[in-house]
Design a protein around this ligand. Structure first.
Ligand SMILES: NC(=O)c1ccc[n+]([C@@H]2O[C@H](COP(=O)([O-])OP(=O)(O)OC[C@H]3O[C@@H](n4cnc5c(N)ncnc54)[C@H](OP(=O)(O)O)[C@@H]3O)[C@@H](O)[C@H]2O)c1
Length: 264
């Protein structure tokens, strides 16, 4: 693709692993300068090393801490002088569980990580995005935000909130020509996917590799296109939404799940 993102400044939260890492790669390939946040210094060092010719700026910041988010934005502006594209990718479940397994702090943590982090990143970015003539906010929710299962309700309700918040933000920022969209991936190979396999391997008394084989076969049967997704399946849409080719798209929710979502 030639999406002409050369010279645009992007920030990808949780960009060192999984889907976030592939989003960084897609934006870099299109010529963007990319800032990446995460907590782990190893992951941050690795992403800079993986793309030696790219203009990548790494920042250690916990997405559940507002002061660290504000610092991250200061660092982005100091380095690139502007921000055009904010990708709110960071998210997750924290602890896994059912209604009666989850503690009150599990529910609060999911809200902090999946909803408040997005609020804080947007608030810290808005004055910079307003100065851009190609501003984008792209949020990563989940298929489970529209189609919850029987597990992890703290995660699925906060991912539903991400979708609703994205629509609100698209309305709020339309006067500034900041376009806001949300993507809901289905199951995708990532660090969190592996964590899920590890948990199920322990539950079923299987080795990690045996569990992976079995669980991926079971999961693929629920997906009409017959496979688990890759981060790149999501990342190419992010790059497109970030580009001028998507300049008449805002307030939209995109489903990327191999057909797993049971409605249109
Ligand atoms: N993978 C899937 O199947 C799937 C499906 C639907 C939706 N999603 C959504 O897609 C997004 C990415 O998921 P993923 O599975 O690719 O994630 P992942 O592989 O678990 O990677 C998470 C990334 O976020 C960072 N991170 C985690 N907690 C953080 C925190 N508190 N503060 C700052 N950074 C933090 C991690 O680095 P550090 O640990 O070093 O901080 C890492 O870079 C999430 O919003 C997730 O809900 C994923």
């Amino acid at each position: 693709m030639n999406l002409e993102l050369k010279g645009r400044a992007a920030l990808v939260t949780g960009g060192t692993k999984g889907i976030g890492r592939d989003i960084v790669e897609a934006l870099v390939q299109e010529g963007a300068h990319v800032s990446v946040t995460a907590r782990g210094s190893e992951g941050l060092a690795k992403i800079a090393k993986d793309f030696p010719d790219a203009n990548i700026h790494t920042i250690s910041a916990d997405a559940t801490k507002q002061t660290e988010i504000n610092f991250a934005l200061e660092s982005v502006i100091k380095t690139f002088g502007k921000l055009d594209i904010l990708v709110n990718n960071v998210g997750g479940a924290g602890n896994f569980g059912n209604l009666n397994d989850l503690t009150e702090s599990d529910w609060y943590y999911a809200f902090d990580l999946n909803v408040l982090s997005l609020v804080h990143f947007v608030r810290a970015s808005e004055e910079h995005l307003r100065k851009s003539n190609c501003a984008r906010i792209i949020n990563i929710s989940s298929i489970s935000g529209v189609q919850p299962g029987r597990f992890n309700p703290h995660y699925t309700i906060t991912k539903a909130a991400t979708i609703n918040l994205s629509k609100y933000l698209s309305n709020y920022f339309v006067k500034d020509n900041i376009l806001v969209n949300v993507i809901c991936p289905g199951p995708v190979h990532s660090e969190s996917w592996d964590e899920n396999i590890r948990r199920l391997a322990a539950e079923r008394g299987l080795s990690f590799e045996d569990a992976r084989l079995k669980i991926e076969q079971e999961e693929a049967l629920k997906i009409p296109l017959g496979r688990i997704g890759e981060g790149s399946d999501v990342a190419s849409l992010v790059a497109y939404l970030a580009s001028d080719k998507a300049s008449w798209i805002t307030g939209s929710c995109f489903h990327v799940n191999g057909g797993k979502l049971k409605t249109v």
